[in-house]
Write a protein that binds this ligand. Structure first.
Ligand code: AMP
Ligand code: MG
Length: 404
């Protein structure tokens, strides 16, 4: 049986980034850049004023000094005047610094009269001037390939006048639910039927990271039905199936995948929940066979599928950061597998992370996952954690809202 780490490592080693495409700046937001971004211009573009006020020569200034005004430069204005010794020029924020000036005196530190200004205090060389290139110099490598383009990175690209960006193509992920007992959401209920929630949960998780979900619906627990749907699924970049991978007498998922040319890399991971998870490759395409239980399907997506999809979309950071968090209540652990415990994550009065079990850890209990903000990792060889013990935890999904 694979360990948690072995399974994650093998999965991310097995997949490669998809082709690069050039997209409009805003379509790149939230995606990873496929190239290093190198500054083509200085920022600021030119020396400019950081305040509304007066451009002066610092050495001319002092409390009570009166300087005649030589002109006015609005933001976006042309410089058609200079600051000769003993004079000043009125200037707005963002306007270019006129020749001769080496400081800006903000309005608040002056008294203005027609055609002259009285300086009220001391002025230092460089005061309130934003120098050309003080932020970024041409040739600086500002964003590394694989970084997510957040609003700040988009701002930078926009500042360089870059309207198109190279990113990796969005991965198309086919999602197939399997099971004779499954019904779609809007079907008339038949006795013993289970509503297919996995397709929706997995599609939402796929979308959350900027990938594209292709809904294949439900395959029945027979070889023909599985074969037909899986064949469609293998047209996408990635195939995710749920259910039919345990040791049940109609669990044909792995068998039919093998028939279709999927080379199984592993089956079963030493974790709880999610043990029956299988992973294979069909040429370049990864195929994930997740357990049917909705909680197990979502947790195994989070732990094993998500990093692979991110790598395919060119992300540099594939795994979520693990935080250290203090357990608030003791935990007894039943299985000798790594337990992925659903936890409520909160901050104590010092702002330090604290966790408690989010509820019944039985995989049949969906509510516990809804109440959870994180997954804590409980070591296979431990059977007990005491209150106050420190555990590793990562946050779920894209959640930023913590518990109370
Ligand atoms: P299996 O892996 O086929 O043994 O399924 C495990 C459990 O998950 C069973 O109770 C199934 O009814 C349930 N299940 C399987 N697929 C889905 C699905 N798509 N949506 C909701 N529940 C499911
Ligand atoms: Mg089944």
């Amino acid at each position: 049986m694979f360990t948690y780490d072995q399974a994650r490592d093998l999965i991310v080693e097995s997949v490669q980034p998809l082709a690069v495409e050039k997209v409009a700046l805003l379509d790149a937001a939230g995606r990873a850049t496929a190239e290093d971004i190198v500054a083509n211009l200085p920022l600021p573009l030119f020396d400019n004023s950081a305040m509304d006020g007066y451009a002066v020569r610092a050495e001319d200034c002092g409390s009570g000094v009166v300087l005649p005004l030589q002109g006015y430069i609005p933001a976006g204005g042309k410089v058609d005047c200079a600051v000769a010794p003993g004079t000043a020029v009125k200037i707005m924020t963002g306007a270019p610094i006129p020749p001769g000036a080496d400081a800006i005196v903000p309005f608040e530190e002056t008294e203005e009269a027609p055609d002259k200004v009285t300086i009220l205090g001391k002025v230092k060389k460089g005061d309130h001037i934003r120098w050309q290139g003080e932020d970024i110099k041409p040739g600086d490598r500002i964003i590394e390939a694989g970084s997510v383009l957040r609003p700040a990175e988009i701002s930078l690209l926009a500042s360089f006048g870059m309207s198109m960006v190279n990113v990796h193509r969005r991965v198309r992920v086919a999602i197939l639910s399997t099971g004779d007992e499954l019904q779609e959401l809007d079907e008339v209920r038949s006795e013993g039927a289970i509503i297919n929630s996995n397709s929706w949960a997995l599609a939402a998780a796929v979308r959350e990271i900027g990938a594209e979900a292709v809904m294949l619906g439900i395959a029945r627990d027979d070889r023909e039905s599985l074969r037909e749907k899986m064949r469609d699924g293998l047209q996408a970049d990635v195939l995710i199936t749920s259910a039919g991978v345990s040791a049940g007498d109609r669990d044909y998922v792995r068998e039919v995948l093998a028939e279709l040319g999927v080379e199984q890399k592993f089956w079963k991971i030493n974790i709880k929940p999610g043990k029956p998870t299988a992973f294979g490759m069909c040429g370049e395409k990864p195929v994930f066979s997740l357990p049917g239980n909705p909680v197990s399907a979502m947790i195994t997506f989070e732990e094993f599928v998500r990093p692979a999809l991110l790598k395919m979309m060119g992300h540099r950071t594939l795994f979520k950061p693990l935080f250290k968090a203090r357990l608030q209540q003791p935990v007894k652990k039943k299985y000798d597998r790594l337990q992925l415990m659903r936890v409520v994550v909160a901050l104590d009065e010092n702002g330090e992370m604290i966790i408690t079990s989010a509820g019944d850890q039985n995989t049949g209990i969906l509510r516990t996952l809804i109440d959870a903000q994180g997954i804590a990792l409980l070591a296979p060889d431990r059977d007990y954690y005491a209150a106050g013990d420190t555990l590793e935890v990562h946050l779920l999904g894209a959640a930023t809202e913590l518990g109370h």
